[in-house]
Design a protein around this ligand. Structure first.
Ligand code: PMP
Length: 434
């Protein structure tokens, strides 16, 4: 295939690095999401909206470490804050001044009381669920089929995932995204044992249909079940995240990615009341008590993440959220127009600064409909875009470093790539042609 030939021609050093890495790491690297056929690119540097690989190819980034770098690569203010913290000390084995500052910034945005920092979004969700189970004294959690909440045993994408003991699996209940009736039925059926419902308010290419989040909110409130919004990605939608965008308040919010400014991070926030399991009871000196639920972590509230994250949050004014949402909209509309003009019926989804192409002619609104998308075509399209100077993967998005011109040029590249794919589409998925 011409696209693959061009890719291998452009990326010889990446191929060599991959071949070496493959001997040492299962599948050649440490993140399954960063593998694609024939081999992933090895990146060396990033600056603003550009990212450069080991072969010296510079591309416009439309990935930003899967939505992390909302200000683009190496924003000067973020680098300055991180450098200042590095000079003071990398990790000090004690609380730092920046931890409550970032806490205050995030809590003001979320209009809630207390927050805990973790090294990843996965751990934020793990701890949030543990708090919910402790607070409610109930064992079950409910999640959407196909929803990703990090790599841990309680929340596999789908039931029946390998390596998870039955005893763990039976505590997770599933319901389809965007189906308020099923959500309500599931919650009501398990209400006496259900500690929490965990959900991404908006999920990749799937935006919530009117009434879906509202029904979950009402039903969980009615039965004293905690609602956890996983805003690890969606917190980039507005100053107050997706919950502000959709005007629905969860009981617990989990975050990650943008709030660490490019360093590993996670956090979960809730009311003082819900966070009581973490509260250390008051004692008389010289005694010190332990909380009911103790959580430690050598790298929790990592000082560099706190400093860089605080800088990002201070930079992200309302205007900047509006700017990236407009660019996201331009991209989504432009892709829809391009595909239509190329006589293709393909689903383009996403919201705000997030956009997503699903290679299916069906509307994508839940896991079932998302599986109708041809992942092979998605891979070829991404590679074609990489050949033309754009780094695009599974979670396409724009940053504040993006320009309107870059979007315009990316749309031209998308049209050319689609044209190059026409024969493959005709052979593989003729139903996508109108
Ligand atoms: N929740 C969601 C919705 C995510 O997209 C991710 C990561 N992509 C996580 C949780 C896990 O975060 P992390 O990779 O930082 O562990």
């Amino acid at each position: 295939m011409k696209i693959i030939k061009e890719y291998t021609k452009q990326n010889k050093q990446s191929h060599q690095t991959y071949q070496h890495a493959q001997k040492l790491l299962p599948s050649g690297n440490t993140r399954s999401a960063l593998y694609w056929n024939p081999y992933p690119l090895t990146m060396t540097t990033g600056k603003a909206s550009k990212i450069t690989d080991i072969d010296g190819n510079q591309r416009t980034d439309l990935n930003y470490n899967n939505t992390t770098l909302i200000l683009g690569h190496n924003h000067p203010k973020v680098i300055k804050a991180a450098k200042q913290q590095m000079q003071k000390g990398l990790v000090l084995g004690a609380p730092t001044e920046t931890e409550p500052l970032l806490a205050e910034e995030l809590l003001t945005r979320l209009k809630t009381d207390k927050i805990r920092f973790t090294p990843t979004g996965t751990e934020a969700n793990m701890q949030a669920i543990r708090v919910a189970r402790t607070y409610t004294d109930k064992p079950l959690i409910a999640k959407c089929t196909g929803a990703y909440h990090g790599s841990w045993d309680a929340v596999p994408l789908n039931p029946g995932a390998p390596g998870i003991p039955k005893g763990v699996e039976q505590n997770t209940i599933y319901f389809p995204y965007n189906n308020p009736e099923e959500a309500e039925k599931t919650i009501k059926k398990h209400r006496t044992q259900l500690a929490a419902v965990i959900i991404e308010p908006t999920m990749r290419d799937m935006t919530p249909k009117p009434g879906f989040l509202e029904t979950i909110r009402e039903t969980t409130t009615e039965h004293d079940i905690l609602l956890v919004f996983d805003e690890v990605i969606s917190f980039r939608l507005s100053r107050g995240g997706a919950q502000e965008h959709y005007n629905i308040k969860p009981d617990i919010t989990t975050m990650g990615k943008i709030i660490g400014g490019g360093f590993p991070v996670g956090a979960y926030a809730s009311t003082t009341e819900t966070m009581t399991p973490l509260k250390i009871p008051a004692t008389q000196l010289p005694e010190t008590a332990s909380p009911r639920l103790g959580f430690s972590g050598t790298f929790n509230a990592f000082p560099l993440a706190m400093a860089a994250g605080l800088t990002v949050m201070k930079e992200m004014t309302k205007e900047k959220y509006t700017k990236i949402a407009r660019l996201g909209e331009k991209m989504r509309k432009g892709l829809q127009k391009t595909f239509k003009e190329e006589n293709l019926n393909i689903h383009v989804g996403g919201t705000g600064s997030l956009f997503h192409i699903a290679w299916t002619n069906q509307e994508v609104y839940d896991h079932q409909t998302s599986t109708t998308a041809d992942r092979g075509l998605a891979n070829i399209f991404n590679i074609g875009m990489m050949n033309k100077g754009y780094y695009i993967l599974g979670h396409p998005n724009v940053s504040t470093a993006q320009t309107r011109d870059e979007i315009k040029q990316a749309l031209t590249a998308a049209r050319e790539t689609t044209q190059e794919m026409k024969t493959t589409i005709q052979k593989r998925t003729p139903h996508l042609i109108t």
